[in-house]
Design a protein around this ligand. Sequence first.
Ligand SMILES: O=C(O)CCC(=O)C(=O)O
Length: 220
Amino acid sequence: MDGELFPRIRTEVAPGAVHVPDWLDAAGQRRLLDACREWARPPAGLRTVRTPGGGTMTARQVCLGRHWYPYGYARTAVDGDGSPVKPFPAWLGELGRRAVADALGAAQAGPEPYDIALINFYDGDARMGMHRDGDEASPAPVVSLSLGDTCVFRFGNTETRARPYTDVELRSGDLFVFGGPSRLAYHGVPRVRAGTAPPALRLAGRLNITLRVSGFPADG
Ligand SMILES: O=C(O)CCC(=O)C(=O)O
């Protein structure tokens, strides 16, 4: 970005966890945002996720490929309108492979194709508590793409929700990949900075798209 006091550079936040600023250019962000707007429509569209303790997640969510619910995956929106989950498009899988290759090196982009996307929409005071992405059977890296408002992304350790952790500012177009020894690290979003999205994107709020490899059998 022009006028930056310090250049934003690729940073390995923890072993196997890499932040790549400005990975998606304006056209790439626009394409992904347009797709998210389609995916958010019903059936099996954007929903509020209810947690087993009776609470609700403040970020609303839509899934592709498999439907995530606390705490597992289904083929239908079991905690939504019950419709079949939308398909995971091949171009998104290709984006995931390229992201892993750019962030961690081509050898880390394993043989299994990316087949799940969780898309979280943050508006108002939405945030996400510290958690691990542990419902997939594959150890393949998680790919995270951000659009819209800047957030503070907290990336922690594999043992506890508490320190040590590192706070990283994720802006529109940034990529964050976590695999290897960091694949099951706790992470969360304590803060979104409202009104910081690039004006040309015309998005009020923040979208985060995580791509995952399920590791589930095709008929499972
Ligand atoms: O919004 C983010 O950057 C994180 C999303 C996340 O942690 C998740 O989908 O599991």
